[in-house]
Design a binder for this molecule. Structure first.
Ligand code: BV8
Length: 258
């Protein structure tokens, strides 16, 4: 049974977009769920059958690189079969309206925001579509082509790893800083489809909320788009509960006076 659109909350959320606000968006796996990409912590989540330690940490890769590549090649194959959903498209439309007053920081590694036409995207956790050579360090965009279980660098013959930020690894230099800088200045933070438990990504929410306590601008408005309450739901100004593939397009309609 599909739930009714949360129109009252959507109208409250849309009211914050009057004028031309600076908008930061933080997305997680939920924004890709309706495209057919499994989320991490749902019952059918990606981690089932695999312990995080075995497939998404440097130690796991050192222990069994073939298992890790099997895990990531399976995800590459899944993403090759899916397309952006209307939620991704709505965020690309919001960027088109706001230009450099918009920035999208995603925890996702599926590349679907870019496929949907978003340009101002920070991939906080890397991308399934890139590899990095353990020897010559070259980062290559390999799209979603099928890779071997132990792919070799075409440039130097070294072993490749996914260009993904695993747990206990630092995020790419500059990426998190750019997101944090925007979080200090934005008027609105939209949090979409994330359980908000992974740091430092989830820390963007704290920055927007607490920056006034540290001499910064007063706290920005935080809007949460999710199926259900999360660890941050009691911190947000408006919670919009429903599938983001439906609620985000409706938000754009209401902002546009729809
Ligand atoms: C770091 C790439 C500094 C992999 C990912 C101990 C030692 C070391 C570090 C730590 C430690 N304890 C804690 C940490 C920090 C750690 C961390 O945060 N751990 C958590 C689990 C507690 N973070 C790190 O390690 C980070 N690095 O701290 O470096 C450092 C370095 C060395 C030593 C110390 C510190 C690196 C974190 C990056 C990890 N890599 N991804 C891959 O993707 O394969 S994280 C992984 O989780 C994904 O990127 C994913 O995006 C992310 C978060 O998950 P979500 O996106 O939120 O997905 P989830 O399934 O959880 O939730 C989906 C949500 O969507 C749900 O709320 C659901 O209701 C909703 N939803 C579902 N459908 C819909 C929907 N909403 C709307 N519409 C729908 N249709």
């Amino acid at each position: 049974m599909t739930r009714p659109m949360p129109d009252a909350e959507l109208r409250r959320a849309a009211d914050y977009f009057k004028g031309s606000p600076r908008v930061l968006v933080l997305t997680g796996a939920g924004v890709s769920a309706e495209s057919g990409v499994p989320t991490f912590r749902a019952s059918d989540g990606l981690w089932e059958g695999h312990r995080i330690e075995d497939v998404a940490t440097p130690d796991g890769f050192a222990r069994d690189p073939a298992l890790v590549w099997q895990f990531y090649n399976a995800r590459r194959a899944n993403v090759a079969l899916v397309s952006p959903n209307p939620g991704h498209v709505a965020l690309a439309r919001l960027e088109a309206e706001l230009g450099d007053r918009f920035l999208l920081a995603t925890q996702n590694v599926d590349g679907l925001h870019l496929d949907a036409g978003s340009k101002r995207v920070l991939e906080l956790h890397g991308s399934l579509r890139r590899t990095r050579c353990l020897s010559c360090k070259v980062v290559a965009d390999r799209g979603l082509e099928v890779l071997a279980n132990r792919p070799i660098c075409p440039a130097c013959g070294g072993f490749l790893r996914p260009d993904i930020v695993w747990f206990h690894e630092m995020l790419p230099p500059g990426v998190m800083e750019a997101a944090q800088k925007f979080a200090l200045q934005c008027d609105i933070l939209i949090v979409v489809g994330t359980s908000a438990v992974v740091y430092p990504a989830a820390g963007l929410i704290d920055i927007v909320r607490d920056r006034g306590d540290y001499g910064g601008r007063p706290a920005g408005t935080i809007l949460e788009f999710n199926l259900e309450p999360t660890a941050v739901s009691d911190l947000v100004d408006v919670g919009v509960f429903g599938p983001s593939g439906q609620t985000l397009p409706r938000l754009l309609e209401l902002i546009g006076g729809g």
